[in-house]
Write a protein that binds this ligand. Sequence first.
Ligand code: ATP
Ligand code: MG
Length: 363
Amino acid sequence: MANPSLLILAGDGIGPEVMAEVKKIIGWMGARRGVQFDVSEDLVGGAAYDAHGTPLTDATMARAQEVDAVLLGAVGGPKYDKLDFSVKPERGLLRLRKEMDLYSNLRPAQCFDALADFSSLKREVVAGLDIVIVRELTSGVYFGEPRGIFREGNERVGINTQRYTESEIARVAKSAFELARKRSNKVCSMEKANVMESGILWREVVQEVHDRDYPDVELSHMYADAGAMQLCRWPKQFDVIVTDNLFGDLLSDAAAMLTGSLGMLPSASLGAPMANGRPKALYEPVHGSAPDIAGQGKANPIACILSFAMALRYSFDLGAEATRVEKAVEKVLADGVRTADLMGPEGGTPVSTAQMGDAIVAA
Ligand code: ATP
Ligand code: MG
């Protein structure tokens, strides 16, 4: 059988720096675990613009459609700020998301014990936290028509429309249930069915998909405002949360802050199942290209490394290998290894990007 295929798009700024540490882990897995990948690398964002005059070539796009998973670093930087909108680095990433039709955005909030004191909440509330928010990414109020600012009599009116079709809700619900089966088999769906028709439909369709195809998964429903409150009060009651584009935007940012630094947060964007039954997928750290620290060896590679761990679990069915990577991250943090972004007020000497990667490989 062919090796699983991975397309690496390191991109701009700290992207290549953090990706270099993932490549060390890939090398280690091949040498020590006998896990081989068919890795290809290409340019995206400003790097692609510099080489080809476009932030994503058609050839790269075609390759992204073919592989089992894409791992992306970051795009953009001040050098490209004055470019025409049509060739901005960010457009490369948007094209990938759009043409791969990545409608399901997974944002884990995972709290490593050694960093529990970084949270804005009490240690016992967040220590050991491990939840995933699944946000619908391609529809809802950010896309619905009509939209615009219109004149109505003597004043202007701003209009956006929350619109969800049954199939849009069903496919993201499926993606959440599939994810739950790889975790603790528990999904909480959030909407505002008390005041929104789209919320009523959301609740009905999620329940129908559950009853038809996923009766083994424990499903609950919650109003999104109550959900926001519960997320801050006792987040460990959740495992997978599935919600729409707008509520997911807010809830995933709130959940991220339960756990601390931007340098720690991975993400996945999933689309429809491919011929092998696994979803189209793009994995990337939540952080951007961090131009303020790029080229200095200061970036924390953990968000990118944990994004790769998500790829191992969700695209390659290598859950045990994913756990191995996560445990190594946990161990180096417990040992007190810290990049600059993870330094607390007590201070200390931070390690470099490469030293952090080496420590994780050693662990
Ligand atoms: P984007 O528009 O691409 O989201 P941004 O300007 O919103 O980018 P980032 O590029 O993520 O944000 O940077 C925000 C801040 O966080 C910066 O000060 C940056 O240095 C810091 N930062 C981001 N990622 C990391 C990382 N991996 N390690 C250390 N610091 C980071
Ligand atoms: Mg940003």
